[in-house]
Design a protein around this ligand. Sequence first.
Ligand code: TRP
Length: 374
Amino acid sequence: MLPQQKGRQSLFAEVKSSFRADVLEGLAGKPRTIPARWLYDRRGSELFEAITALPEYYPTRTERAILQNAVGDIAALTGRNRVIVEFGSGSSAKTPILLSEVCPAAYVPIDISAEFLMESVAALSAAFPALPIFPIESDFTERLGLPEAIDGMARLGFFPGSTIGNLVVADAVDLLRAMAATLGVGSMLLIGIDRIKDRNILLPAYDDAQGVTAAFNLNLLHRINRELSGTVPLDAFSHVVRWNEVETRIEMHLMASRDVHFSVDGRPFSMASGETIHTENSFKYELQGAQVLLRAGGWSPIADWTDRDGSFSLMLAKMGASTSATSNVNRRAMLRVMESDSGRGGGASMTAALVAPSRDAQTTEKSCVGTMRN
Ligand code: TRP
């Protein structure tokens, strides 16, 4: 059964009981850890939206610039009339760039925050009045069915924001495989993956001067107090960010600044000063690592684009195992084309592709049926 077919009450009750189970189990564990998905209630989603606009938070604007520069190439590689299925769509901020060029037959945004989802759907349907939109309120890490209305149509999964990096590798592989299963044979995936870089750039991106990321992290404790009758003393916790060099990941923690005792849903917990609750990982990958990850998840990389500094990668993949050595030959040829083509891209560059997008295709295939209304 699709989540949107359930009554809102029962869905709410289900979400609440798994929040309770995750928090109680996570707080009792060693190390203490609470799954990051619970950061995204209404307030959390709003704070996250604010994070994406921070000067220190480079991924959002970098990915948007890459997408803007690459979207013509992307459209040429995907073709038109696919159904775009966006995983964790949030405010769908980057989606219009893709929609106006790829000309999808329909758009399926999936997000855990229902209110947020409905707002962004309203904004998008105003901008693309002819585009059928089928929102799904769900945690995209769960197995889900797509609406019947898009049966038999080719799909393009869209998974921006390096959200894949918020999962440990084993879970990331599982998710990529689940996406392949959800999207079906012949589908493609456009995914954003953040790259390994200097810690002096990484750390401030997750610990900004204005304290928005701190508020985002601490909101989890507010939510626990509010929804699970918690008594967590908020003033005793602070936002801590670490770069884990071995795991190549950013870690967000909530650290107790003194010994604390509190209860959640009637259950008592104690934490010593300096102890942390691990709330989020953000894994970073080299390009090759990202390619291996995609392959392990059942996808073959076709092309990728990055910014001048190589700080973020936007990657296009097709479902299934990759073909033979011929692809490497084409790939090298393509690489030469792109390297000599310095006028294009303005800040973004395509580093590999199997198929050269034809310029004719790009200029003639510009306007969609449901073009964006400004
Ligand atoms: N996936 C993004 C990232 O890891 C966004 C994100 C998730 C994030 N959790 C966050 C950003 C916490 C800042 C703080 O960068």
